[in-house]
Design a protein around this ligand. Sequence first.
Ligand code: ADP
Ligand code: MG
Length: 268
Amino acid sequence: MTLNIPGHRDLRKILILNPKGGSGKTTLAMNLAGYFASLGRPAALMDFDPQGSSIRWLKKRPPNLPAIYGVAAFEKKMNMTRSFQLRVPSEIRYLVVDTPAAMTTAQLTEFTSGAHAILVPVLPSAIDIHAASRLIADLLLVAKVSRRMGRLGVVANRVRENTLGFRKLMAFLDRLQIPIIGALRDSQNYVHAAEEGSSIHEMHPSRTKKDLASWLPLTSWLEMRLNTPLTDRDVLRPGDGSEQPEQGADIVDLRTHLPRRDAEGTGP
Ligand SMILES: Nc1ncnc2c1ncn2[C@@H]1O[C@H](COP(=O)(O)OP(=O)(O)O)[C@@H](O)[C@H]1O
Ligand SMILES: [Mg+2]
């Protein structure tokens, strides 16, 4: 499984990651693709998850909604090269990448390389916060996202504000100094949109007012990342990921932050 996307210079790649199933990767992927499409911005959705939920959603998409180009990257195609399979048409400008739960650290390195934005949806429960902290540790130390921290953002998902779980999630992320770029409500609109092949951006606004409002911080953060051109730092070369973490002012020492034994950790 490689993410060797034969992209073009103007393609902006948004990667959605979380090793935990059910955290909202596909929901976020579908609604992000729908966000771009609803604004008339040519978007593609690439699905690496063998479950294929994103691609199934695309197949349900009503013909009156703006088209989203789909790539079933999980399919093993014997009769074509991998890069041919993963190609996206040159008119596509936004590529949303949905990923499976299980990914090796090598894959993390490969997938995050060249991404304009890396989004991690997290549910506000102790188990989910723990799983996310492991992922974020791997991203920072192994996939060297530490040197492009600005591209990493956590999206709290299925949030019911003022619950203990939500407050714990916020406190933890705050200690890690990882930006929470949005908090999506626990809302049946996501469930309906998934069934209908649409997104909350394409439903009647009278139905989705609160959900749309909760997307504003996320999209404004994202637009800034998408408009920040990639530099050498954003593109890893083979072997980069296996080295020791580099020392730098922007590295976060996770040992002082992980929630388990070290909940009282101080800042970096
Ligand atoms: N904000 C939300 N509000 C309500 N239901 C949600 C929300 N986010 C996800 N879900 C539901 O939770 C389930 C798992 O979400 P999904 O996006 O498939 O997770 P993942 O892709 O990480 O496995 C789905 O049934 C989805 O409809
Ligand atoms: Mg999924």
